[in-house]
Design a protein around this ligand. Structure first.
Ligand SMILES: Cc1cc2nc3c(=O)[nH]c(=O)nc-3n(C[C@H](O)[C@H](O)[C@H](O)COP(=O)(O)OP(=O)(O)OC[C@H]3O[C@@H](n4cnc5c(N)ncnc54)[C@H](O)[C@@H]3O)c2cc1C
Length: 449
């Protein structure tokens, strides 16, 4: 009889897991159960749709019929998996029960909203799905003043998108810098300046206290002050969706996500659980940079993990290696990127780091169109191992942050990186010595002084 693989969740992790399982095992029965109404879309692109630079049709890449016809994968949309019985190997969704041989739980994360008054008013949103995006789009027609609660990457991308459609945007953040969780303070200060120069108001050290209004939002109150607005978008962080894992008694780690083995199996009271795999925003995994676990709540990580979960569910044995979690965003004219350990994480772990910084251009000085780029790289003071990097650039941050992620994953020291690295060069594409190498030179110098 064909093996039955059930996947709960149709985000990046679940969809990749399904395709990966199908590639490995052409004969299995694969079913995705998802609450979502759309599948195979990129939430990452929603800010650009709302800005008018992309469209819903383009970012929803396939529908369930495509998966059924082309990949022989069944998708049940608008279907909530209510519970899982691991003894009977059965998923319950409404009145129906679905048997499985292998189960993948890819139920993602939930936007954290502070427990304050007024969050149920009309005009208050979170952003996770295409449906959320369409609801925001509808409300954009009714108001010109928007408050974004939370200055993480998603909050900033949304602020820029709405600003570029002509809205007056205020970002309210309870910490004392933008992108507080992952960006270094100096990088964050440059990003803040860039946003303020665009005309976006940023209020720091201001915990949101209340959303005000009768039926609809009139204002938001933060740190004792009222900010009038007709729409509030909470981009206040994502928590692992633990509904099903907790019900199953799986071990939850210190970051508040499910602890998994390198094969992405959960543990129950310390013992590995067979035939169940997890991937995406709900798990914590081994960090390549810090001495402990990390939650890599990124689309790219969800895809990497989903591919492994899918193979294992189909009968292979694939392992997830350590994670550096490279991230990148575009904020107005600025590309911002990071990987590995930030200053904040280093101090949280009590690790002494040394930094090297270099500023340069993305093309030869005499080539037209080159953009400014700043690269900052950090190494652990005791071992000289490269553990983190951040980039601010007019363009071309992506390849460089991936390059530095490989350095972190390989455990290489700053000195070895310098000795073993070359860069390609052509004036319209690069400088003869890449700014990454200049930053590592500065790092090596600082480590030896
Ligand atoms: C606006 C925005 C921009 C982003 N930009 C980037 C970016 O530029 N780069 C990047 O790397 N990452 C980005 N991310 C993060 C990235 O999108 C997420 O990390 C990724 O989508 C996580 O994938 P996932 O499959 O784990 O979870 P999700 O995409 O959240 O999918 C979870 C799925 O589970 C379903 N589900 C949950 N519970 C149940 C249940 N009980 N029964 C049935 N179905 C259920 C949901 O309906 C959903 O289909 C962005 C996220 C957002 C919201």
């Amino acid at each position: 009889m064909a093996k039955k693989i059930i996947i709960i969740g149709s985000g990046a992790a679940g969809m990749t897991a399904a395709s990966s399982a199908r590639k490995f095992d052409s004969g299995s029965d694969i079913t995705i159960i998802t609450e979502d109404e759309d599948v195979a879309y990129s939430p990452c692109a929603i800010p650009w749709v709302l800005e008018g630079k992309n469209s819903w049709d383009r970012i929803v890449m396939h529908d369930p019929e495509y998966y059924s016809k082309e990949k022989n994968i069944d998708i049940l949309t608008r279907t909530k998996a209510d519970s899982v019985n691991a003894e009977l190997k059965e998923v319950s969704a409404g009145s129906k029960k679905y048997k499985y041989d292998s189960l993948i739980i890819a139920t993602g994360g939930k936007v954290f909203i502070p427990p304050i008054n007024g969050i149920d008013l009309e005009g208050v949103f979170t952003l996770r799905t295409v449906r959320d995006g369409k609801n925001i789009e509808a409300c954009m027609k009714k108001t010109d003043r928007v408050v974004i609660a939370g200055a993480g990457v998603i909050g900033l991308e949304m602020a820029v998108a709405l600003h570029n459609t002509g809205k007056k945007v205020t970002i309210i953040e309870m910490m004392d810098q933008v992108i507080p969780r992952i960006a270094d303070r100096d990088m964050a200060a440059s990003i803040q300046k860039h946003l303020e120069e665009m005309g976006i108001e940023i209020v720091l050290k201001a915990p949101v206290e209340e959303v005000l209004g009768d039926k609809t939002v009139r204002a938001i109150k933060a740190a004792g002050k009222e900010y009038p607005c007709g729409m509030v978008i909470f981009a206040t962080g994502v928590r692992a969706n633990l509904d099903i894992p907790k019900e199953l008694g799986f071990d939850i780690g210190q970051l508040g996500a499910v602890t998994v083995s390198p094969t992405l199996q959960p543990y129950k009271r310390g013992r590995l659980v067979n035939d169940i795999y997890l991937a995406g925003d709900l798990i914590q995994c081994q960090s390549a940079a810090v001495p402990g676990p990390t939650m890599s709540q990124l689309g790219s990580s969800a895809v990497r993990q989903g591919a492994i979960a899918g193979r294992n569910a189909a009968g292979d044995t694939a392992m997830l290696g350590p994670t550096a979690s490279p991230w990148i965003s575009v904020i107005g004219d600025l590309q911002i990127a990071g990987t590995g350990m930030s200053q904040g994480l280093a101090s949280w772990y009590g690790i002494s780091i040394v930094e090297g910084v270099a500023e340069g251009l993305t093309k030869a000085r005499y080539s037209p169109g080159g953009k400014k780029i700043i690269v900052k790289i950090s190494a652990e003071k005791s071992s000289h191992r490269i553990v983190g990097a951040q980039i601010l650039a007019g363009e071309d941050a992506n390849g460089r942050i991936n390059w530095l992620s490989s350095a972190i994953l390989s455990g290489i020291t700053a000195e070895s990186f310098l000795a073993l690295t070359e860069n390609a060069y052509c004036p319209p594409t690069s400088t003869v010595k890449d700014v990454v190498l200049s930053a590592v030179e500065d790092l090596v110098h600082n480590l030896s002084s």
